[in-house]
Structure formats: structure tokens, C-alpha cells
Design a protein around this ligand. Structure first.
Ligand code: ZN
Length: 174
């Protein structure tokens, strides 16, 4: 119904709908960049860290989510173990398994399907690209490929930021 109204309206203006959509997108991008400039002015951002997780791992983690139907506890049955190859490091993320009393009562969210998750990831990538581009062009974007879960990632992130984790020197050096 909406589409029909818009189309009729723009036909009257003599604008092809395709051009209008492209224009709308560039207007929205401009607004987004304007908002980021305001945000940057207010908060004086020094650095933005872009935490990146390989899509196959993200997908497996999303599909591995389980909820206990009795107590509402959140778990994840996916065990990510990708071997390194072609100079790319491997990655390991342990599952978050439920205690025995929850194990038989696990359910999956109805929208945690491969199709829905992939669409969510596509939308996220689409929306985050202008934001990334904004900070990249100002030399304020640090790309960080997550090597695994928090225990694997934290020391390496501190290293990348030239910060030291005094309590965890061992793994930072690893
Ligand atoms: Zn439970």
C-alpha cells in the first residue's frame, strides 16, 4: 500500500522511483555523518575499536544460543575451533554449556535460524559501514580481529592498544 502511494506521488513529480531511493539513501548517509560529527564534537573521541569476528564464527555462535525453558538461563552450545591457515591465525571459543539440571530443558529462539541471522548480519554490515568509514577517514579506527572468546581476546586487545595488563602478563606475551 505504501509503495503504491510513494510511486504514484513520485510519478507525478516525474522522478523515477529508483533515483528517488538513491537520493534518499545519500540524504540518510549525510544525516548519519552529520550526527557523527556532532557526536565527535561533544565527546572528543580519540579512538574507535572495531571488534571483528569472522562471520562463520558469528553465525555458529548465534545458531548455538540456547535458553533454559525453566529458569531462563542463557547458554551456547557452539564450540568454535577453526584451524589457522594461509598465515591466518586460528580461533577458539569455548561453548557455554548448561548445568545438568538445565540440559534437558533447552530451547532455541524461534528467530535464531541461519536465514534470519544472516539477514541481521547483512543489515549490521550495511549500517556500520558509513560509521567505520567516517572514523577510518579520520585515522581513528583500529581494526581488531578477535582471536577467540574473552580469555583469548583481552590480552591481545590490550597489546594492540599498547596497554599492559599487569595481572595477566603471561597470556599477553603468548
Ligand atoms: Zn535452567
Amino acid at each position: 500500500m505504501h509503495e503504491f502511494c510513494i510511486q504514484a506521488h513520485f510519478s507525478q513529480l516525474g522522478l523515477p522511483i529508483r533515483d528517488y531511493v538513491t537520493d534518499l539513501k545519500s540524504v540518510l548517509d549525510q544525516i548519519l555523518i552529520g550526527l557523527q560529527e556532532i557526536l565527535e564534537g561533544v565527546t572528543d573521541i580519540d579512538l574507535v575499536v572495531n571488534l571483528k569476528l569472522r562471520e562463520e564464527a558469528l553465525l555458529a555462535k548465534c545458531l548455538g544460543r540456547r535458553i533454559c525453558s525453566e529458569c531462563g538461563g542463557n547458554y551456547n552450545v557452539a564450540c568454535i575451533d577453526i584451524k589457522g591457515e594461509d598465515g591466518k591465525p586460528g580461533m577458539y571459543m569455548a561453548p557455554l554449556l548448561p548445568p545438568p539440571h538445565c540440559a534437558s530443558k533447552l530451547i532455541t529462539r524461534s528467530d535464531d535460524t541461519e536465514e534470519v541471522v544472516k539477514e541481521r548480519l547483512r543489515i549490521y554490515n550495511d549500517k556500520s559501514q558509513p560509521v567505520e568509514g567516517f572514523y577510518r577517514s579520520r585515522g581513528k579506527l583500529l581494526e581488531f580481529d578477535l582471536p577467540g572468546g574473552i580469555p583469548e581476546s583481552w590480552p591481545k586487545l590490550l597489546q594492540a592498544l599498547n596497554l599492559e595488563d599487569h595481572e595477566d602478563k603471561q597470556s599477553a606475551a603468548a
